[in-house]
Design a protein around this ligand. Structure first.
Ligand SMILES: Nc1ncnc2c1ncn2[C@@H]1O[C@H](COP(=O)(O)OP(=O)(O)O)[C@@H](O)[C@H]1O
Ligand SMILES: [Mg+2]
Length: 581
């Protein structure tokens, strides 16, 4: 990261998140001042201590000075503790705010943006990148205040005790600054690498956990374990690299300190012998210089914290700044459903980052309240057509109308409110059966949920579950069979009770007995509703008022079952090969 982006990210971090907590930061600045003052007091106290106690042998001072030293240390410890508490709180609040924004930005972003990244990358942003920002706020900000103030006060004391010696010590400072600057750049690069590696680790872990069954049946434990080793090893190396760079300043700083002290003792020996400096000044100065070592070392490496924080912030800002292409526009009118007519006009669509059109110049018109079926080989573009209606994606060309209103020109919320989708890949939450069904309508009453389940032929099996509607179904419904999951998702659609219904192979995982029950449920569900159905089963298709035959993204035939049997080669083929199976 170059200096300009670093500055930009830090400024944005300050203006958007840190400025709000300025009062707390000023408080910790004040506390840092106390830390600095008491540190210098400790060094200064040695001057009167040696003069009054050891040289003049003053007995009252023998009591007072040790007490003063204890007080100085206590002051330092307490104010340092309080300053840390305040900044840990500020860091916590900032992390909370950023994570909240990340979560809501992920929730409102469009499918294309979401699917262009692995889910593990998002996890990594929320967990690790934000952690870097936190480190900067809770540690970096405190250190920069505390250590620079302490250094200023100690250097002042050194000048007070002997300006010639102090000048000599100061000569070493530019050297330290130079070391720090070169390290900062390298740490920034390493941090970026470690963020990328963290992404690959979270990616891998989430896949490994989801794919446990597949791994077992293909017996690829060894292969997966090697893959894990490789990623974990890379992670270890980069962690080491960052760690090593962080401490690289240590030997250089130690050496500088050693040279300083040696030169200092040599030089001060002359001054004490010639009577230019008292032994009390010497000890006080030496202590101040020793105490200055910690802040100098910390300041020499502080820019690393800033580089790391800025890199983390950059990653986070990229997610926050991604503007969704498909979003709610408040000035648009609501979709007004009259009959529920659906019309696709010359619609073409290419999936992002692919070449070929998934659907080409599609024209579909479905009368309100009727049922239309899409048939075709897999990959023909059936699911794609269905996903264009709730605007998971927008077509590249052409328009889609519902009751003569362009779906791109109405409020997104009003569009999606009127559409139910039951698809082949069902998403269920690790929650109770009831919560999963009520997801369609959070304020649904007991009776409404029960009724929806009756409708979807789901109440029998639900009531047989250990805790009936209160049974927790596990991650993505892992404790249920495919058919049971499908019936729950149908019940959810029933509860939503919307005028347009999309069924994407909604009955594909049902056995023939529940199939019949669900078929009846679907007949009642879709009664007087505009329905677009993709089905393998002949029984569903025969009932459709209109059937669209798709091949390689194009509609090649339209008609009723009987018409198509006569006129469509592809339909006849599908009928004999798949539909009757
Ligand atoms: N998310 C996606 N990204 C890129 N290409 C896709 C995506 N989903 C589907 N496709 C491609 O679009 C074409 C149509 O797919 P789809 O509509 O799912 O077919 P169907 O539902 O008829 O089996 C296929 O060639 C498929 O490879
Ligand atoms: Mg499909």
């Amino acid at each position: 990261m170059n200096f300009i982006t670093l500055k930009k990210n830090l400024l944005r971090l300050y203006h958007s998140y840190t400025k709000k907590h300025l009062d707390k930061i000023i408080l910790s600045l004040f506390l840092s001042l106390v830390v600095a003052g008491s540190t210098a007091a400790i060094a200064w106290l040695l001057d009167p201590a040696i003069e009054k106690m050891f040289i003049n042998q003053d007995t009252t001072m023998m009591m007072i000075i040790p007490i003063a030293i204890v007080i100085a240390f206590a002051c330092k410890g307490l104010s340092l503790y309080l300053a840390r508490v305040v900044l840990i709180k500020v860091g916590g609040l900032i992390v909370f705010t950023i994570q909240k924004q990340l979560a809501s930005s992920i929730l409102t972003s469009d499918i294309h943006t979401l699917e262009s990244k692995h889910s593990g990358q998002y996890l990594s942003h929320i967990l690790f990148a934000v952690g870097q920002v936190n480190n900067l706020v809770s540690t970096g900000v405190l250190n920069i205040m505390k250590d620079s103030l302490t250094l200023i006060v100690l250097v002042t004391l050194m000048f007070y005790q002997n300006w010639k010696l102090a000048l000599f010590a100061l000569l070493m400072m530019p050297l330290a600054a130079f070391v720090a600057k070169s390290l900062g750049k390298r740490i920034g690069k390493a941090t970026k690498e470690s963020l990328t590696l963290n992404e690959s680790l979270t990616k891998y872990l989430s896949e490994m956990l989801k794919g446990s069954r597949m791994i077992k049946i293909f017996q690829q434990e060894k292969f997966e374990s090697n893959r894990a080793s490789k990623i974990l090893e890379d992670n270890m190396h980069i962690r080491n690299k960052v760690g090593f760079i962080m401490i690289r300043a240590t030997p250089i700083m130690e050496l500088l300190t050693g040279i300083m002290i040696a030169g200092f003792i040599y030089y001060s020996g002359f001054m004490i012998m010639s009577g230019e400096m008292g032994i009390n000044n010497f000890f006080s100065f030496l202590t101040a210089m020793m105490l200055a070592y910690q802040p100098v070392r910390s300041l020499a490496t502080i820019n690393m914290l800033f580089y790391q924080g800025a890199t983390g912030a950059e990653t986070v800002f990229k997610v926050l700044d991604a503007e969704p292409n498909i979003k709610e526009i408040d000035s648009y009118p609501n979709l007004e459903i009259n009959k529920g007519d659906i019309e696709f006009k010359n619609v073409s669509f290419v999936y992002p980052k692919t070449e070929a059109e998934a659907v080409k110049n599609i024209n579909i018109s479905i009368k309100g309240g009727s049922t239309a079926a899409l048939v075709g080989h897999s990959g023909a573009g059936k699911s794609t057509i269905i996903s264009l209606l709730p605007r998971f994606f927008d077509p590249g060309e052409g328009e889609i109308y519902i009751d003569n209103q362009n779906i791109n020109k109405v409020k997104l919320s009003s569009l999606r409110k009127n559409i139910s989708l039951v698809s082949q890949d069902i998403m269920l939450f690790d929650d109770t059966v009831r919560a999963n069904i009520a997801y369609a309508k959070l304020d649904a009453s007991e009776e409404q949920i029960k009724e929806a389940c009756d409708f979807a032929a789901a109440s029998d099996f639900i009531e047989a579950l250990p805790k009936s509607y209160e049974t927790t179904i596990g991650e993505n419904g892992i404790k249920l069979s495919g058919g049971q999951k499908q019936r729950i998702s149908i019940a959810r659609a029933v509860l939503k009770n919307s005028p347009i219904i999309l069924l994407d192979e909604a009955t594909s995982s049902l056995d023939s007995e529940s199939e019949e029950k669900v078929q009846n449920a679907i007949i009642s569900l879709t009664k007087n509703k505009t329905t677009l159905v993709i089905a393998h089963r002949l029984s569903t298709i025969i009932r459709a008022d209109k059937i669209f035959v798709l091949n390689q993204g194009k509609i090649i035939d339209i008609g009723t079952h009987n018409e198509l049997l006569k006129n469509s080669m592809i339909y006849k083929n599908l009928y004999s090969k798949q539909l009757s199976a």
